[in-house]
Design a protein around this ligand. Structure first.
Ligand code: NDP
Length: 234
């Protein structure tokens, strides 16, 4: 029998590719959504990850349908770009809440059952910009860098219970998030990517699936780039 997997923000984009990748190998996969529902074959649970109550309810629903979460993928994320001098505090705080505090919420909710089971996998979807920095994205980059400290601390706290915590740091991936970038900015980005193209969501999903596999049993606290070489050296 497959494992119980939960992917936040798994209703579309990279999260959906991750969810489908687990489902294809026979795992039971739940995805959070905020009203859109879930694609066929996936269990949809309504959840705004900025609400602890929503997170708690979503986990209870997942536990009822497919058992305690054995693989947690914290993927939901937002951008609210702007230059530092003009960035409203609200835009900074909202991005931190959705991208970093939400990861703490879901990890905390998942951890009790994983500790009891003495096994578990947590994978956090960060970004190359968390390590490189990005003009106009102080909020987003800070939130994505924060995930590294979060995951590495979890790796230390829960390693003795055979729970691993790892980070995937994608570069530019073809999704709604990158489609919204102006064409000139897209060209500029590609000029800095040694592989000269964007990643597909499936290429990110493959690495997440690997980190949740038996083959990755001895990998914890790692930051795995999936960025076509964009962030090399960081
Ligand atoms: P999309 O904008 O395509 O999807 C974002 C997902 O996050 C949606 O499922 C959305 O749900 C969900 N989400 C956002 N806020 C919340 C919230 N408060 N509660 C619950 N769900 C929420 O993004 P991508 O697929 O491109 O990105 C997925 C992850 O990968 C993000 O963390 C992003 O930062 C990261 N990433 C993306 C890169 C890229 O190039 N695209 C590069 C590097 C990292 P809903 O449908 O309800 O809005």
């Amino acid at each position: 029998m497959g494992r119980s997997v939960l992917v936040t923000g798994g209703n579309r984009g990279i999260g959906l590719a991750i969810a489908r990748s687990f489902a294809e190998q026979g795992d039971s996969v739940a995805v959070t959504h905020r009203g859109s529902g879930a694609p066929d074959g996936l269990l949809g649970v309504q959840c705004d990850v900025t609400s602890s109550d929503d997170v708690d309810r979503a986990f209870s629903e997942v536990e009822e349908h497919q058992g305690p979460v054995e693989v947690l993928v914290s993927n939901a994320g937002i951008t609210r770009d702007g230059l530092l001098m003009r960035m409203k505090e609200e835009d900074f705080a909202d991005v931190l809440d959705a991208n970093l505090t939400a990861a703490y919420r879901v990890a905390k909710r998942a951890s009790a059952k994983m500790v009891r089971a003495r096994s578990g996998r947590m994978i956090f979807v960060s970004s190359v910009v968390g390590l490189l920095g990005s003009a106009g994205q102080t909020n987003y980059a800070a939130s994505k860098a924060g995930l590294v400290g979060l995951a590495r601390s979890i790796a230390r706290e829960l390693g003795s219970r055979s729970i691993t915590a790892n980070v995937v740091a994608p570069g530019f991936v073809t999704t709604d998030m990158t489609a919204a970038l102006p064409e000139a900015r897209q060209k500029e980005i590609l000029g800095q990517v040694p592989l000269g193209r964007y990643a597909s969501a499936e290429e990110v999903a493959g690495v997440v699936r690997f980190l949740a596999s038996d083959a990755a049993g001895y990998i914890t606290g790692a930051v795995v780039p999936v960025d076509g070489g964009l962030g090399m050296g960081h």
